[in-house]
Write a protein that binds this ligand. Sequence first.
Ligand code: PHE
Length: 369
Amino acid sequence: MTDLTRMEAELSARVAAAADLAALEAIRVEALGKTGSISELLKTLGKLTPEERREQGPKINGLRDAVQAAIAARKDALETAALDAKLAAERVDLSLPPPPERRGRVHPTMQVLDEMIAVFADMGFSLAEGPDIEDDFHNFTALNFPPKHPAREMHDTFWLPEDERGERKVLRTHTSPVQIRTMQRLNEKLPSWIANGQEPPIRVIVPGRTYRSDSDATHTPMFHQLEGLVIDRDIHMGHLKWTLDQFIARYFETPMVESRFRPHHFPFTEPSAEMDVKCDRSGGDVKIGQGNDWMEIVGCGMVHPNVLRNCGLDPDQWQGFAFGFGVDRLGMLKYGMPDLRDMFAGDTRWLDHYGFSAFQAPNPATGLS
Ligand code: PHE
C-alpha cells in the first residue's frame, strides 16, 4: 500500500468516525487547512520534475478530492441526525390539555339582552336604536310630557350644559324617544334601509342604555331598557297582553304565566298599565310562574293619540302599543343577582360568578343560548 493510499484510508476512517461537527472540522483543518497534511503534499508538487509531477499530481489531487467528498458526506449525515434528534425532542403532544388561561365572561345584561332580542325576533320584531344623548323634544315633549312634568326636573334627569343655541340636551331617561324617531322616519321619504326597514306596520324593539340620577339596591344611574313599539291598524290591548305573555313564558322558560294589568300613568300611553306576573317569594328569592304573589315586570300601554299626531300619524288610522322593560332587573329576576349596583361595579370576581360563557351552545328547548 502506498503512503497516499494509506493516508486516504486512515483519513476516511477518522471522518466516518467523527462524532460531531466540531470533530469533523478538526479533521478537515488537520488535512486540508493551510498547513494540513494534504495541503503540504500539494505544495511539494512545485518542486518535482515534470515527469514526477505528471505521475504524482493526479494521485495527490485525487486524495484531496476523496477526503473532501468524505467530509461533505459525513457533514450531511451529522446535520440530518442533529435535525432528527431536535424534531424528536421538540414534538408537541396534541393530546395534552391546554394550559389554564383567563377566559372573558359575557356580562349578564348582555346575555339577557341577547335572550330578549331572540324571543322578540321570533315574533317578527326588528331592532331600532337611538342616541344616548337626546334632545328635550324626543325625550319629553314629543312623548306628551306636560311642560312642568316632574320627570324633567333635575333630581331625575341628567341635563347637559347649554349648547351655543341655548339648548340643553339630556342623557335619555328612557328608550321611549326611539318610538318618536322610528315613527318620524316614516314621514321622511328615505330609502327603507335607512328607516330600519320600517314602514307601517311598525314592529320594533329598542334595546339600550338609559340614565337617571338615582342609586340604591334597585337603581343605578345607568341602566338598560328594552322598548317595544307596534303600530298598525286595529291594534288593541289584547295584542299587547298576548305579546307580553308570550315573551314572559319564553324568557323565563316556563309554561304560560298568569299576568294582570294594573292601571298606571305614563304621559305617552293611554290607557297605561304596569303588568304584574304571578311569582313565589316564600323561598327567599323570587320564582316567576309559581306561587300567589305578584311581581311588577313591565310598563306599557296604548300609544297616546298625541304622540301619534306629534309624529305625523293620524290616530284615526293608526293605533299601537308600547312597552318598556328594565333589562337589568329582568336579569336579576331570572339569574338571582341581589343588588343592581354590583352589575356595573366592574368587579371581575362578580363577573366570574354571574357571567356567561361566550361559547354556550343554544338551549334546544328555547333556541336561546
Ligand atoms: N318609558 C317608560 C319608563 O321608562 C316605560 C314605558 C315604555 C311605558 C313604553 C309605557 C310604554 O318608565
